[in-house]
Write a protein that binds this ligand. Structure first.
Ligand code: PRX
Length: 655
């Protein structure tokens, strides 16, 4: 975010009190903050009763910084809690998932009883393929019900899912499979994007070529396009899962049993496998979902418009909603699949009451104009959520006015893959809301904004966001790398979780998130590492050096801008600049994902460096954001930045 933008943002003074009618029926009362803060461990133990246990826990927290266990002597099954217990409670005929396909008119309605059968069949099929407790299973799937079914079946067996976003490349999939040594993959032949079938299976085949430990690949037929087939390891879903027994009796696993991995970008080149264990994660997911969205399972229709390939999809499409036994909408398509009014058609027709999405989508919808939503009755909406990046007041106000009819509390929820569930957010009906502020830590969560020395900053000041006490859904580590875990999150302030985000506490003590303070970028709510993209670019044969920065972008929050020097002299390449730039962009797309493709690549004969040879990314960010340049006196050659500024307009491409 540019400094001027942050400044404008922080002068935002509007505040909205909860309406009396909403407050009257709110799930949580203001006193909960006090109760939870007196004894957070006891409060979380109370919340753990939301789950059904095969052995109820007597223990709460055991804390050996930075390693925590929660409810450690309890036993339970995650899948049973999401599905079977609702059927046993007589809610089998309730709709669990109302799936809406990319193409209009394509829908599937799955009740909790049907979900129980489908998950059981899948668990039986996976068992036949050799999956058992402790195994890692990669899931590389479109947004179809089978993705949820597979995840629930995997954890039902005590195995771990490692969902890889289906937009990631074969290389990215392979490196994730290798890091956690997955022996199984669940995927589909392809996925639909605005009606166009996009293949997935070829990327899996490519990954399998370099992952010799893969024993079986389970493939859903989604697009019906031809795929290459390896009889030794490939299995069609409809020839295995569909033919399996619909009965699967599941067992309880220890509370701390590993549940899943979710790979995310850090400050170094290598993505890290964030590990979550069972009970603590589930307690966090179910409690925060119920409280932050004020869920009324009998009447709400919930829609988390995210992808299961990210943590938001895990916690607030799969686990939070199903643990709470709600009916939810799961949408396969893009916001404009079938037209720019597609979302609003869905909200009106299915009477969606809880909508949760990312600021980048809100800004896109806003750009398309209100004429796309005005024809629709959106009065079923009750709570609107935002996640993934700071939301600018303008987008927040648009969301409130045009989507929520000035009638819905907006919950700006701050959290991370590592935190497992929401940490900071208003509570609808309880907390006032301010456009652009995440407000305050949830009951049971303790956060602070501190200076470099770890000292709490007074109201009206900015600093670093930290979480001062352990919480149930906190990550249990980075897969295979305990040192990196300690170093990344726990070494800056010993015993305290360092989130990597800047934050400000305003005069009322409310929290505003200001973006990352490290080399992590946030592009359309997707977390990307500048280093990882630099490594990918340097892997392109003609490239000598690369520096990547996240420049502010009106729609995507941040955008990837790369400054690149070539190995051969620029003269030789003069005529090929456009070709090289495009080739580098495609190379990044293949190495990581199309999301990571630089918006702009500036070919330059030199990069600005300090006398000790460090690339001055701060200055490049100034250039990319077309701001007045900061201090250039430490550079070996101060004229380099001016030259790059000049090049910025010439040798660049944009989508
Ligand atoms: O910088 C913060 C930003 O997203 C980062 C976490 O990314 P990820 O692990 O991919 O999880 C995203 C979905 C939970 C954070 O370090 N972030 C997330 N939510 C917000 C946010 N920044 C500002 N406001 C938010 N509400």
């Amino acid at each position: 975010m540019a400094n001027e933008q942050i400044e404008a943002w922080l002068h935002e003074m509007r505040s909205f009190e909860p309406s009396a009618t909403f407050a009257e029926k709110a799930n949580v009362s203001a006193s909960e903050y006090g109760t939870a803060s007196q004894d957070p461990e006891a409060w979380w133990q109370q919340q753990s009763k939301r789950l059904t246990w095969t052995t109820a826990p007597t223990k709460g927290l055991e804390w050996n910084p930075p390693f925590a266990t929660w409810f450690a002597d309890g036993m339970l099954n995650a899948s049973f809690n999401c599905v079977d217990r609702h059927v046993e409670a007589g809610k089998g005929s309730k709709v669990a998932i109302h799936w809406v396909g990319d193409g209009e008119g394509e829908e599937r309605v799955i009740t909790y009883s049907e979900l129980q059968e489908l998950v059981s069949k899948c668990a039986n099929a996976l068992t036949d393929l050799g999956v058992s407790s402790g195994d890692r299973v990669a899931v590389y799937m479109p947004m179809i019900p089978e993705a949820v079914i597979a995840m629930l079946a995997i954890v039902r067996l005590g195995a771990m899912h490692s969902v890889v976003f289906a937009g990631f490349s074969a290389d990215a999939l392979a490196s994730r499979i290798q890091d956690s040594d997955c022996h199984f993959i669940v995927t589909a032949d392809g996925q639909f994007r605005r009606g166009v079938p996009v293949p997935l299976k070829p990327a899996v085949d490519e990954a399998v070529n370099v992952c010799p430990n893969i024993e079986a690949v389970l493939v859903v037929e989604r697009t019906g396009t031809d795929v290459a087939w390896n009889d030794d390891i490939d299995h069609w879903w409809h020839e295995t899962v569909d033919l399996s027994s619909p009965i699967h009796n599941c067992e309880g696993f220890p509370a701390e049993h590993n549940m899943f991995l979710m790979y995310t970008s850090g400050t170094t080149g290598k993505p890290k496998g964030i590990l979550h264990s069972t009970a603590g994660y589930l307690v966090g997911a179910t409690t925060t979902y119920a409280n932050v969205f004020d869920i009324k399972p009998e009447s709400d229709i919930c829609w988390t418009a995210a992808d299961i390939g990210w943590i938001t999809g895990h916690t607030y499409i799969v686990y939070g909603p199903l643990l709470n036994g709600v009916t939810q909408v799961m949408y396969e398509g893009l916001p404009d699949s079938g037209g720019r009014d597609r979302w609003w058609k869905i909200v009106e027709r299915l009477k969606v009451s809880i909508l949760y999405t990312a600021p980048t989508t809100i800004r896109t919808l806003m750009k398309w104009g209100t004429e796309h939503l005005q024809p629709y009755d959106l009065s079923s909406l009750r709570v609107l959520g935002s996640v993934g990046e700071p939301i600018n007041p303008e987008a927040w106000m648009w969301y409130r006015e045009f989507v929520g009819g000035n009638n819905c509390p907006i919950v700006d929820t701050w959290w991370q893959t590592e935190t497992g569930s929401i940490m900071i957010s208003p509570l609808p009906g309880v907390t006032s809301t301010k456009p652009g502020a995440a407000m305050r830590a949830l009951p049971g969560i303790n956060v602070d904004v501190v200076d470099e020395a770890g000292k709490s900053v007074p109201n009206g000041h900015g600093g670093l966001l930290v979480i001062t006490k352990p919480w149930p859904s906190m990550t249990r580590g980075i897969w295979g790398d305990p040192e990196r875990f300690e170093e990344t999150y726990w070494s800056k302030f010993p015993g305290i979780y360092f989130a990597g985000d800047g934050a400000k506490r305003d005069e009322d003590g409310d929290i505003w998130l200001l973006g990352r303070v490290d080399d992590v970028m946030n592009v359309s709510g997707h977390r990307l590492s500048t280093t990882e993209i630099e490594h990918a670019i340097v892997g392109f044969p003609a490239v000598a050096e690369a520096a990547v920065v996240g420049a502010s972008d009106e729609t995507t929050g941040q955008a990837v801008v790369a400054f690149v020097t070539l190995k051969l002299s620029e003269d030789e390449h003069e005529n090929d600049h456009a070709v090289i730039i495009e080739a580098i962009r495609q190379h990044v797309s293949k190495a990581i994902s199309p999301i990571a493709k630089p918006r702009q690549i500036i070919l330059t004969p030199e990069l600005p460096k300090t006398r000790s040879g460090k690339i001055m990314r701060r200055l490049l960010k100034d250039v990319a954001e077309q701001r007045t340049l900061g201090d250039v006196t430490t550079l070996t050659d101060p004229t380099v930045v001016a030259m790059i500024s000049g090049l910025m307009g010439q040798h660049s491409t944009e989508d």
